[in-house]
Write a protein that binds this ligand. Structure first.
Ligand SMILES: [Zn+2]
Length: 124
């Protein structure tokens, strides 16, 4: 169902903000922001994940470009110790990475298994 918000140039679809881009076409705002950031279109095997799970928080720092398969397994699987990879965990990993910590150090510190860390680390 499309809710056209005429004059503002966007509407909402499945919880996402969709930008009007001519005729009857639209592009999801988070996709557009990621594409602008990386300077190319995102591929069929790629998805843009919202780190804090808020579909309307389209700040680039809240967006992660991931391979579709990694994205699915991240949503489905846990951290190797029976806990789900939550927003909080992802943000902790990201913060530690920004502080210059290495993958294995973060793994030890947050008690996240090496394979799981491997799966998400490269995207943060
Ligand atoms: Zn996601």
């Amino acid at each position: 169902m499309k809710m056209q918000t005429r004059g503002h140039g966007y509407w909402y679809e499945n919880g996402y903000r969709v930008l009007y881009c001519g005729k009857k076409n639209g592009i999801k705002e988070h996709i557009k922001i990621m594409q602008d950031s990386i300077g190319r279109k995102i591929g069929k095997d790629e998805v843009v994940h919202h780190i804090n799970h808020n579909k309307l928080d389209n700040r680039i720092e809240n967006l992660l470009l991931m391979k579709r398969s990694d994205h699915m397994s991240m949503h489905r699987k846990n951290d190797g110790y029976g806990r789900r990879i939550t927003t909080v965990v992802l943000e902790q990993i990201k913060n530690l990475k920004n502080l210059g910590k290495r993958q294995y150090e973060i793994s030890d510190q947050l008690k996240i298994s090496k394979p799981t860390m491997c799966r998400v680390f490269k995207y943060l």
